[in-house]
Ligand binder design. Structure first.
Ligand code: GCU
Length: 393
């Protein structure tokens, strides 16, 4: 290799890593110097006040929103590391008609390495590559060994499952281990972005599995992992369907619109300071100065499919607020001619996820199966104060 080429490659690597502390980029203004925006911020106006009129404008505004989300709320998406995947032997459970295989992902940066373990399960009788659901296991103890039977709910509907522990990508509410071990203080992201990065790494590995159609990837997660799933879908255009279940604050719920005993910005930044950008708490008493709100994160997913599963009794996750962010994000889907790619589904439940809703919506997205009337049904009055803007005609 000629020296100039080596230099260019090194430079590219350095630029990739410096996103957190980029010397050329002006430092983001502190909260106190940002303007107050009382309603949900307008996706169709750039930061300098000019209007978004075309799809090309939206692509630029989308980049601006990505930067704002990273600069203020989540920290920056870490780079893609070197990865080696080791596949275990596949074994089929004849009764459940499920084939399972373990993947071990070795992720490396310089002399640091970490491991992510993924169990993949697909319908053993599938004739062609199938869509895949990326699903973090949610347990506070050591991850339970997944059984073939537990995957059959999905494989029976023609969907493979990749199950993994997001704590391999980043421990909960700590800035040590996982991706932090790989990149040290070169990254500034909180755990929600680190977990989004973890989803992306699992998808990298699934792209090499021939039984799986990685162009039909679904990301989901419940509660804190619902927030992570939304971040994953917003920041990776390979993801076809994003399903953040009861994701609440830091997920699909607005910071600006609080209707009951919903989780507020100061609650989440106080109890889980390592989930977000280290400086996020500067907005505790300045919520209206946050240049984004969560409808903009949802809008980053557009025009790719997005389902919002919510529970009307799950007050902490602000189901009423999600109806407003949903309506606001839908304006962007409408602008992009993709209004049918975003949906919401309320159940009269507390903090409980539903596989059925995810599977029905996946059937709609991938197989054009009609949806029941329960999808898209609003439970609350439209809040006229939520936003006064709309998609440009
Ligand atoms: C806490 C937290 C929520 C989170 C939830 C969970 O209640 O305040 O933001 O969604 O834990 O992950 O179960």
């Amino acid at each position: 290799m000629r020296p100039a080429r080596v230099f260019a490659l090194l430079l590219v690597a350095a630029v990739g890593l410096c996103s957190a502390a980029d010397g050329d980029k002006p430092k983001p203004k502190p909260a106190g110097e940002l303007p107050e925006i009382k309603e949900l911020p307008n996706p169709f106006t750039f930061g300098d006040g000019t209007a978004v009129r075309t799809k090309e404008d939206w692509a630029k505004r989308r980049d601006e929103i990505k930067n704002l989300c990273q600069d203020y709320e989540y920290g920056h998406l870490p780079p893609k590391p070197k990865m080696t995947v080791t596949r275990g032997d596949a074994s089929t459970d004849e009764a459940a008609k499920v084939t399972m295989q373990q993947l071990t992902l070795k992720l490396e940066h310089e002399t640091n390495a970490i491991t992510m373990r993924v169990t993949v399960a697909w319908p053993s009788e599938a004739k062609a590559a199938v869509p895949v659901l990326l699903q973090p296991s949610f347990s506070f103890g050591p991850p339970k060994a997944p059984s073939a039977k537990s995957f059959a709910t999905f494989t029976k509907r023609g969907i493979a499952v990749a199950q993994f522990s997001l704590t391999d990508a980043a421990p909960d509410n700590k800035r040590t281990g996982g991706v932090y071990k790989l990149y040290g203080d070169k990254i500034d992201c909180g755990n929600l972005m680190a977990w989004g990065w973890g989803f992306h790494r699992v998808l990298d590995a699934l792209e090499g599995v021939k039984e799986i159609d990685a162009k039909k990837a679904i990301v989901t997660g419940h509660s804190r992992y619902g927030k992570a799933a939304l971040v994953a879908g917003a920041f990776d255009e390979r993801i076809a369907l994003t399903v953040p279940s009861h994701s609440g604050a830091g997920g699909s719920a607005p910071y600006r619109l609080i209707y009951a005993k919903n989780e507020e910005l100061k609650n989440i930044s106080g109890a889980f300071p390592n989930w977000s950008h280290p400086d996020f708490k500067q907005f505790n008493d300045k919520v209206a100065r946050l240049p984004v709100d969560q409808h903009l994160l949802m809008a980053l997913v557009a025009p790719r499919a997005l389902l919002q599963p919510e529970g009307t009794q799950d007050t902490w996750t602000n189901p009423e607020g999600v109806q407003q962010t949903f309506a606001a994000a839908k304006q962007v889907y409408e602008f992009l001619g993709a209004a049918d790619r975003i949906n919401i589904r309320y159940r009269p439940v507390g903090h409980i996820p539903s596989n059925d809703d995810l599977l029905d919506y996946a059937d709609f997205v991938f197989n054009k199966k009609p949806l029941s009337e329960a999808f898209g049904k609003f439970e609350y009055k439209e809040d006229k104060k939520a936003f006064s803007w709309g998609a440009p005609k």
